[in-house]
Design a protein around this ligand. Structure first.
Ligand code: GZL
Length: 328
């Protein structure tokens, strides 16, 4: 008799294991498509607009449940959020990575759980590209090259013996936006013998940090011709520091300002002649991400990298009506 019950127990165990997938059961009772979204943080106007685009796209009315975790710009918080999404058995994971490195282990865990991953905005640096479905974001190197091309034109007529001294404000070290916007400028400085870095300062994509480091820098050197700021919020911090130091900037000032993101506030400064060039970085990824997820759910092939279209603006390219019409 004992052998009979042991046999039944083994059979029951075997059936249970066979029926059990590697993906935990989804903790949801409304049959919604559950998305786990690990967002960088709320460090900039761009990020706020990006989050808004995602929350306005993935609504319950449209059949989604969006579970967003704000990482406060710390990668470890993203790892924890992604592991929670795995345990919750979400249908899809979207990651806006803080930095490129360090993602192999957690992305392998997601792959083992059978959950598709979309990398949005910045990129991840992994050898195995099968660890994610697609990477949708900007061509940050092209953004930097647009800024460099503009500066080349702006400085073409200066006296040959005059240098172009550039104060470079860098975003979060290791973020794709920082790496490639920096690369474009460093290649250009190496190419132009009359261009030089006054300094390269760490602004972490925030207004407060940029204000702090530029204020400190201007105490020892006021001889700068250009500020190349890797996002608008750092630009605002630099503008405040220049104001405090009594240094003029913009179209009729001592310092030309190049800023990335082209958010509404920056475009207004550009229209008003206080920022010379705004390089666009489109945060409205929500609808494009939804389109990619739909294609995936329909079994369609999706490209490994999807770039969004972007341009650059000077005051000559802007009208008040255009600035007022901007979504972010
Ligand atoms: C760019 C994005 C950057 C923005 C910053 O796609 O990753 O991060 O340029 C934001 O404003 O902090």
């Amino acid at each position: 008799m004992k052998r009979f019950f042991s046999l039944i127990l083994c059979l029951a165990l075997a059936i249970n294991i066979a029926g059990c997938s590697s993906k935990p059961e989804k903790t949801d009772d409304k049959d919604l498509y559950v998305i786990g979204f690990s967002q960088v943080g709320a460090e900039s106007d761009w990020r706020i607009a990006n989050t808004k685009s995602m929350t306005e796209t993935f609504t319950e009315e449209k059949g989604y449940e969006l579970r967003m975790e704000n990482a406060r710009q710390m990668q470890d918080n993203q790892f924890a959020a992604v592991r929670t999404f795995i345990l919750e058995g979400v249908d899809c994971i979207i990651i806006a990575p803080t930095v490129e490195d360090g993602w192999e282990t957690v992305l392998k865990e997601v792959q083992d759980a059978g959950i598709p991953v979309i990398i949005m905005d910045r990129s991840v640096s992994v050898d195995d590209k099968d660890l994610y479905l697609t990477n949708i974001g900007s061509d940050f190197l092209e953004q930097g090259n647009m800024a460099v091309s503009w500066l080349e034109k702006e400085t073409a007529d200066k006296p040959a013996n005059e240098s172009v001294r550039i104060l470079h404000l860098q975003g979060t070290y290791g973020a794709t936006a920082q790496l490639l916007r920096t690369k474009a400028l460093e290649v250009a400085v190496a190419k132009h013998s009359d261009w030089e870095f006054a300094a390269q300062l760490y602004g972490d994509f925030t207004e407060a940090k940029a204000y702090e480091v530029v204020t400190d820098y201007l105490k020892t050197d006021r001889n700068i011709d250009v500020i190349y700021s890797e996002n608008d919020n750092m630009t605002y911090g630099a503008m405040r520091a220049l104001d405090d130091a009594g240094i003029t900037y913009g179209e009729n000032g001592q310092v030309k300002i190049i800023s990335f993101d082209a958010t509404k506030r920056a475009l207004q400064y550009c229209l008003d002649g206080q920022i010379n060039l705004c390089v666009e970085c489109n945060p409205l990824h929500g609808p494009k991400v939804e389109d990619l997820i739909t294609k995936y759910r329909n079994g369609e092939t999706i490209p490994k990298h999807v770039y969004v279209e972007e341009t650059a603006f000077t005051s000559a390219d802007l009208t008040q009506e255009f600035v007022d019409s901007r979504e972010y």
